[in-house]
Design a protein around this ligand. Structure first.
Ligand code: SAM
Ligand code: DTB
Ligand code: SF4
Length: 350
């Protein structure tokens, strides 16, 4: 049992990178209402609880990936029926980015099915980053492994975020991917951080991992030298033909718990309720927002799989009174923070 003294010793709300695995496990073991109460309190101390950051995803190079990630539709090793597409040209990307902006996205995330980008590919992607930036949107790319020079080139182009997930715990990782190591992932994250690009890093639930694996994943993320600014928590999108198709589904309340623990461990990071929303009820998503999730992918497609229909999401935001977070809202957020600390939501919104 997690006692009040245990919780006090954890100094909840402080930004710490020295969490112990036992702390993470103790948070997972809290009664659900206590866990959500603490998570919501820490969330309100740092964010407007009714604002959600909106990103839109585009697959700029699809399929034929040499890696063997057991969850992925895009690996060349599995028969998933996915049609491969070469790198899109700049005009195609700009058109999609303009549409995303018109639909309210503030960040445009471009994903490519690479192990690591080649020089010519990176040069083309750099032009995309520059173009999307000129539209006034934040930019994010996910291109596989990067070295220090590649990260610096992306930084020089003005890239805001690099997404590179740890996916799961170090020990379970070997069951999921054999073509690159956990250390490779950590090295890429370090290169991105050293270049001064914001880090987007999280994982996937529903790959047959244990609760300990989930705790270890969150522990690794929360004990990096600096917390990732963005932490995507994906629920596996099961793809026929991949080895993980047919995996046991995540219990929705366990998913919510994981979001709440992520919020408590990384109080100032955006926690993204990422892939898998199309399989979740509105009620589960509402609990995720209550637990501290404050970012989503918006638009009816992720990279290769489905996301909720845009009209459905607009209806959900309306029902929940959720507003879109504007870019660079940090100063405004600090001013509003006090309003949200103790007031009921209705009063805080007034
Ligand atoms: N190829 C690059 C890489 O793996 O780093 C970038 C693209 S990859 C699709 C980005 C991330 O999406 C993966 O690390 C994984 O966490 C997530 N992802 C991929 N397929 C998924 C699926 N079927 N369900 C949930 N998340 C998935
Ligand atoms: C992340 O954590 N989730 C996104 C993004 N980073 C690149 C990808 C989700 C992919 C879901 C499966 C697909 O659509 O292929
Ligand atoms: Fe390739 Fe990325 Fe899919 Fe792994 S997750 S198979 S690296 S596209």
């Amino acid at each position: 049992m997690t006692t009040a003294a245990d919780l006090k010793a954890m100094r909840l709300g402080e930004v710490r990178t020295d969490w112990r695995l036992e702390d993470v496990r103790a948070l997972f073991a809290l009664p659900f209402a206590d866990l959500l109460f603490h998570a919501q309190r820490v969330h309100r101390d740092n964010f407007d609880p009714n604002e959600v950051q909106i990103s839109t995803l585009l697959s700029i190079k699809t399929g034929a990936c040499p890696e063997d990630c057991a969850y992925c539709s895009q690996s060349i090793r599995f028969e998933t029926g996915l049609k491969s597409e070469p790198l899109l040209n700049l005009d195609e990307v700009m058109q999609k980015a303009r549409t995303a902006r018109a639909n309210g996205a503030t960040r445009f995330c471009m994903g490519a099915a690479y192990r690591s980008p080649k020089p010519k590919q990176l040069a083309q992607i750099i032009e995309m980053v520059k173009g999307v930036r000129e539209l006034g949107m934040e930019t994010c790319v996910t291109l596989g492994m990067l070295n220090a020079q590649q990260a610096q080139d992306l930084k020089d182009a003005g890239l805001d975020y690099y997404n590179h997930n740890l996916d799961t715990s170090e020990s379970y990782y070997k069951e999921i991917i054999t073509t690159r190591t956990y250390q490779d992932r950590l090295d890429t994250l370090q290169a991105v951080r050293d270049a001064g690009i914001k880090v987007c890093c999280g994982g996937i639930l529903g790959m047959g991992e244990s609760e300990l694996d989930r705790a270890q994943l969150l522990h690794t993320l929360a004990t990096l030298p600096q917390h990732p600014e963005s932490v995507p928590v994906n629920q596996l999108m099961q793809v026929a033909g991949t080895p993980l198709h047919g995996s046991k589904k995540v219990e929705p309340l366990e998913f919510v718990r994981t979001i709440a623990v992520a919020r408590l461990l990384m109080p100032r990071s955006h926690v993204r309720l990422s892939a898998g929303r199309s399989d979740m009820s509105d009620e589960t998503q509402a609990l995720c927002f209550l637990a501290g999730a404050n970012s989503i992918f918006y638009g009816d497609k992720l990279l290769t799989t489905e996301n909720p229909d845009e009209n459905h999401d607009l209806g959900l935001f309306e029902k929940l009174g959720i507003r879109r977070e504007e870019v660079a809202s940090a100063p405004a957020r600090c001013e509003r923070r006090a309003d949200h600390r103790n007031l009921p939501v209705g009063q805080a919104l007034a």
